[in-house]
Design a protein around this ligand. Sequence first.
Ligand SMILES: [Zn+2]
Length: 215
Amino acid sequence: MELQDCLRMLNNCYTQDKEDKWKWLGKSSEAFSVSDMKDLLFDASNQVTNNPLNWSKWVPKKVMIFVWQANQNRIPTKMELSKRNVNVGSAICSLCSEGEESCDHLLNECAFAAHIWSAVSSWCKVSPIYAFSVPELLNVYKNVNLPKIKGNIFYGIILTTCWIIWKTRNECVFSSGILNVTKAVEEIKSCSFLWIKNRSPCKDLVWKEWTKCPL
Ligand SMILES: [Zn+2]
């Protein structure tokens, strides 16, 4: 059977007496381009996960890459590491000591994350932010009836919040950091202000107004 399969595959191959060469089967031309490669990888990953992600340039790349990985459940949480036979001791969440530390737990279900999302929704004066999964969380901004620019600002704040929750978790795990919701929310406010003011067309943002309500 294997021989027949092999012969069938070889039947469609033609050889020529020429030197072998590499050919780029990318998108736009025969020339390799990093941009095409990035698009292909991004499309492929979105097709695999079926969780399209809106790539925002209003937050740093490191934040988008983290969120992109979280959207595919690929951040190194204790659950994911223990699945890969990494010895992490207990898989219990370091932030709440209740649930197991999965990506969805850390960013949605965790009591610490819930306090953060509650404070962020009050600050933004929107309905409570709540989701069952990371892809759902990253689409919450679409369900809030906001003009386009404000919707993008809100999305930037959600991305920043995911990043700060992960940063707080790392400080807790690796540096014995003390959990402080107020400090984390202040960091979300200042980072999102700095990033959005410098990276978006919204150059006229004012810190004093931002701290009252960013939308
Ligand atoms: Zn937790």
